[in-house]
Design a protein. Structure first.
Length: 469
């Protein structure tokens, strides 16, 4: 305990640029304590500074641990004496910095009132980073002086290059946040994604920007027109309603797959009571409501007000890019959000829709299974929660999953279970052919809804046979 208090006291002195001699050695345990506190403080900052209730991602924990490991490795390259003491102090300094940022984010006044009005947002960010860097290097200089570097080992020189190299190494990591708010953009968090976003933008410079105000103003009447397609339920009949979501505007494959998937569902399940389409695509801005969380909730509410919740079934089909926290919804600057499994589950639960089929064609879509699985639910996903799926390119009509499930397996008289098993076999063959990792599609078939749909399928087959006679 004395060592822990001593490290905290000397770090506070270093934060004021006052050095303290390393009068005692600390153990590896002490280093681990402060390294753990530093990682926990990083996660706390992400959570407490998010603009909305954040979603947790286990991949962010990996990123934080990897970042700390890289920082320790770089520090050991620049420190030859009292390494454990220096590492403990630096980790404690990170804790101090993280909580200072948290406190600053909760101040009652805004930073812009302290700087000239002619400064742009970028100017302000650069100014803050310069202040933080100068302070950090000064504090590291104080810590290294306390470690007693030799006469030819300038603490200023070492502190500067330690900070530069550590910063560059950390920025080069393919990091991911532990807690993700609604304003999160991967391209601003990860240098690799930032570079990819810049390169992709360079090929799309001829596209005009999306008129955000016009999109927002058009949503009420577009959504109303789409909801009017819903037909009243029929008493004594298991009616099927559908909501299709094409989430990613930059690639045509998603809108093609949504339309093809809804058509296949109609052939198999008879979704003639209405299918609502929510689409992020430039070509549909004047004809269809966009795919965002607000419109999704409104669509579910409309279906809930039309269907018989004891008899009828809602099918939700989502196709887009996906990540560890859910499915991406993107339309330039007009829409950028994540539709996560907990959000989908809470919307359906709030509206009292018990009988539901959820089909998600996206990378990492297996994250939807746990939140939505129940005896009254069928959940089908293109991949498990740790894997990517394939086929997301403009020249394709379907993704691998969409092609295998909707296009080649699901037909009139074919159950969802049979179509899914057939699709898994096809996808496995294609992935082996292309020498790509297995996506491992996931399927949950609740007993109650499977029995309900089997009865409907049997009645439909009888009717078709009678009509043919």
């Amino acid at each position: 305990m004395k060592n822990l208090l001593w490290v905290m006291r000397t770090t506070l002195r270093a934060a004021l640029w006052r050095s303290t001699a390393a009068e005692r050695s600390v153990s590896v345990f002490t280093v681990l304590v402060f390294a753990t506190l530093a990682m926990a403080s990083e996660a706390a900052r992400q959570y407490l500074t998010a603009d909305s209730p954040p979603a947790f991602s286990i991949y962010g924990v990996n990123s934080i641990v990897a970042t700390m490991a890289v920082f320790v490795a770089v520090t050991l390259l620049f420190v030859s004496q009292d390494r454990a003491t220096v590492l403990a102090r630096l980790a404690c300094l990170i804790v101090l910095l993280e909580w200072t940022v948290i406190a600053a984010s909760r101040l009652p006044f805004e930073f812009r009132s302290l700087v000239p009005e002619m400064w742009t947002a970028s100017d302000k960010v650069i100014f803050v980073w310069l202040i933080v860097m100068v302070w950090w290097i000064g504090a590291v200089v104080a810590i290294l002086r306390g470690a007693g570097v030799g006469p030819y080992q300038s603490p200023v020189f070492r502190a500067f290059w330690l900070s530069v190299v550590a910063g560059a190494a950390v920025m080069a990591l393919p990091a991911y946040p532990t807690f993700i708010g609604g304003d999160f953009r991967l391209s601003s968090y990860n240098v690799w994604e930032w570079g990819r976003a810049k390169l992709s933008k360079s090929s799309d410079v001829e596209l005009p920007p999306v008129d955000v105000a016009a999109v927002e103003l058009s949503q009420p009447h577009l959504l109303e027109a789409e909801l009017k397609k819903l037909l009243p339920e029929r008493k004594g009949t298991t009616d099927i309603y559908a909501i299709g979501i094409a989430g990613w505007s930059a690639q045509d494959v998603f809108i093609k797959e949504m339309n093809g998937g809804l058509a296949a569902l109609n052939r198999s399940l008879d979704t003639d009571r209405g299918a609502i389409r929510l689409v992020n695509h430039r070509n549909t801005l004047e004809t269809l409501p966009v795919a965002n969380r607000t419109n999704f909730a409104a669509a579910v509410r409309a279906v809930a007000g039309t269907m018989n919740k004891d008899e009828d079934v809602l099918v939700v089909f989502i196709t887009s890019h996906g990540g560890p926290t859910g499915v991406a919804l993107e339309l330039g600057d007009a829409v950028f959000a994540v539709l996560g499994p907990d959000h989908v589950a809470s919307v359906l639960d709030r509206e009292g829709i018990r009988n539901r089929v959820i089909i998600v064609s996206a990378c990492y879509s297996g994250v939807f299974v746990k939140s939505l699985a129940s005896p009254d639910s069928i959940v089908l996903t293109a991949a498990d929660e740790n894997s990517t799926s394939f086929g997301c390119s403009n020249e394709r009509e379907w993704t691998y999953f969409g092609d295998a499930f909707f296009n080649q397996s699901l037909a009139a008289g074919v159950s969802l279970e049979a179509a899914f098993e057939g699709a898994k076999a096809k996808i496995s063959q294609w992935e082996a052919r292309d020498d790509v990792p297995t996506s491992s599609p996931q399927g949950h078939f609740g007993a109650a809804i499977s029995e309900k749909l089997a009865a409907k399928l049997k009645r439909g087959s009888r009717v078709q046979a009678l009509s043919e006679e």
